[in-house]
Structures are given as C-alpha cells and as structure tokens.
Design a protein around this ligand. Structure first.
Ligand code: FDA
Length: 320
C-alpha cells in the first residue's frame, strides 16, 4: 500500500496528469468532495454546516511553498482576512483565556503553513509573517495551528513554533507518526505544553527518516496518541482510521480521561458518518475545511490515501 501511495504521489505530479485533473470538468465532483470551494465564502458556508451540527472547524487556505516574498505577503493577507471574517461571524465562539480542560475552546480557528508564510524565502521573513498572523488572532482570542509539511521542514517548524509560542501561546503545531523523531517531539510538546495535533503524515518520506510499513506508522500513532492523551495540553487526534479511534476511545474510558480534554479531527468530506457518531458519543470533533484555488497538491495527497479514488481517475483516463 505504501508503494501504491508513492506511485500515486509521483504519477499525479506529472505535467499531463496534473493538467488533465486540474482542467477536466469530469473530476470536479471528486475535487469538491474534499475541497469546500475556491473562495472564503465557500469555506464559511461549509463551516456553518459543520458548526450547526455541533462540531468545530479549522479553516485551511490551500497553498504551499511560495515562490516570492510578494506571494507570501499575499497569503498572509488572506490569513488575516480569514481571521477577521471569523471574528465578525455570529457563530464564532472564543475565549481570550481559554481553559481547554474546562471545555472552553475556539470553535472556528485556522491552520496555516510556514512555507506559505515564505519559509523558502527565509526563516526571519516567514517568522515575521507568522507573528503578524498571530497578533491578529491573539486580539480575537483565536488559535492558529501550524500544519506540518515535508521532513526537510520539520526541525525548522518545531523550533520556530517553540520560539514564537513564548510570545503567543495561541499557537501550536502538528506531529507525524511516520517520522522516527516523533516520540521525542511528543515529549517536547508535553514539556512545553504546546498544543499539537497528531497525524500519520501525508508526504513521501524515505527510510532514513520515516517508517515505511503502514503497520509501523499505525503502531507509532497509537502509542504517541496515548501519551498525548495522558499528558498533553488539549491534544488533537487527527485520523479517519476507525480501528485506531476505537482503540483510543477504549483507552480514554479505561483511564477515565475527560472527553472534553482533547478533540478528534477529521478532514472535510472524509468519513462523515464517523465524525457524526463520535459527536453523538460525547467526543469533540473538529473538521478541517480546506478552500482556495491551489488545491492540487492537497487533492493528490487525499487520492494517495485511498487508491480507489485514483482508480476512478485512471479508468476515466483510459475511457478517454
Ligand atoms: P489511513 O490513511 O490509514 O486511513 C484510514 C481510513 O480512513 C481508510 O481506510 C479510509 O476508510 C479512511 N480514509 C482516509 N483517507 C481517506 C481519503 N482520502 N478518502 C477516503 N477515505 C479515506 N498530514 C501532514 O503531513 N501534515 C498535517 O499537518 C496534516 N494535517 C491533518 C489534519 C487533519 C485534521 C487530518 C485528519 C489529517 C491531516 N494530515 C496531515 C493528513 C494525515 O497525515 C493523513 O495523511 C490522513 O489523515 C490519512 O490518514 P488516516 O489517519 O486517516 O489513516
């Protein structure tokens, strides 16, 4: 399955495949299953539907690896527009001094990427943009999550989040169970009480840095998640893996962990049935809602997670 994943990620990066998927109207329904739309309006509409169910949202403006400072500044301006739009929204609930354990948590936050803040243009430049976004969020009582990207950025991301967190406690990041280093990063998050989301990891990583077998990635996920549930500051358990979720629910029951002291997170359009049933059982569920016109890399990562989706694309390619 790791091989299929790698083939899909590599194949979809090819020019002709990319052009076909981006331009053909045939794939629109599949794209729209995972992406709320091109505009912030689309994303807010999708978010309201999620909030109405009693779930919470993290908005993601799609895009990564800016090619110039101008591009990064434009992304930053979109981030602050999102925050301002959220702050004005009647459905937005926040707390300037959140007590997550007591159940106070922002219901509509945002997730950002450091490479979209200009990390490829320089660390200081990206850090300045990240801080600018955070100061807007802090004034509104909102929270900004830094998504984790490919492993070449992991160390820089962790270090930057740690540094900036000293001035802005309203930020946190993500750890990926496929990386060998992650158990240490879990301890780091616990020690600093920095909010983290745990995921399996969506990028193509080699055997020098990451587990290659799915069973190993899953095993590491469960053990890191349990550690976070035991001791971390309001961890986010992000997965659509029902087997893992059942195992963690059992653990939460057994250890008498408060169901409001953490949240499950899932991607927009994936396993809605599971999102709804968890909520019914009294767990918190946050849905990650992506929007924007740079949806292609995000979309291909979702395809790679579920080969059946790509099979659909392959078949239509051959049908012509
Ligand atoms: P896995 O891939 O094993 O899937 C388990 C089951 O879930 C599948 O059998 C299927 O039923 C269902 N499923 C999963 N993906 C599906 C899909 N695309 N279509 C249909 N069904 C699907 N990664 C990263 O590197 N950095 C990050 O910052 C983030 N952020 C993030 C936020 C949130 C809220 C989530 C849920 C995920 C991320 N990820 C991420 C992605 C993550 O690393 C991982 O690639 C996906 O969550 C898929 O892995 P699962 O844990 O769902 O398990």
């Amino acid at each position: 399955s790791m091989l299929t994943r790698s083939l899909i990620l590599k194949g979809s990066a090819l020019g002709p495949v990319q052009r076909l998927i981006r331009e053909s109207r045939m794939f629109r329904p599949l794209v729209r299953r995972f992406i709320a739309g091109d505009s912030l309006d689309d994303a807010m509409e999708a978010s309201h539907a999620v909030l109405a169910k009693g779930q919470t949202v993290s908005l993601d403006y799609l895009g990564e690896n800016t090619k110039s400072e101008a591009e990064a500044l434009s992304a930053k301006s979109t981030y602050t527009t999102m925050l301002n739009r959220i702050a004005q929204d009647a459905a937005f609930k926040c707390s300037t001094a959140p007590d997550y354990k007591a159940g106070e948590v922002e219901n509509l936050n945002i997730s950002i990427k450091l490479t979209q803040c200009g990390l490829d243009q320089g660390d200081d430049f990206a850090e300045k943009n990240y801080r600018d976004v955070l100061s807007v969020a802090a004034a509104q009582g909102n929270f900004v999550r830094v998504d984790m990207e490919a492993s070449e950025y992991t160390e820089r991301t962790i270090k930057m989040v740690e540094k900036v967190h000293q001035d802005f406690p309203n930020t946190g990041t993500v750890v990926q169970s496929y990386l060998y280093r992650t158990p240490d990063d879990v301890e780091w998050a616990i020690e600093k009480q920095i909010r983290v989301r745990i995921v399996k990891g969506a990028y193509l990583e080699g055997p020098k840095v990451a587990h290659q077998e799915k069973s190993k990635v899953d095993e590491a996920y469960v053990s890191c998640a349990k550690r976070l549930l035991d001791s971390a500051n309001y961890p986010a358990i992000a997965t659509q893996d029902e087997k893992i979720i059942l195992e963690l629910n059992r653990y939460v029951g057994e250890k008498n962990i408060d169901r409001k002291s953490f949240e499950y997170q899932m991607l927009y359009g994936i396993r809605r049935d599971l999102q709804d049933s968890l909520l019914k059982e009294g767990y918190r569920v946050r849905v990650y809602v992506p929007f924007g016109d740079s949806w292609y890399p995000y979309f291909t990562r979702r395809l790679a997670e579920r080969p059946a989706n790509s099979l659909f694309i392959l078949k239509s390619l051959f049908r012509g």
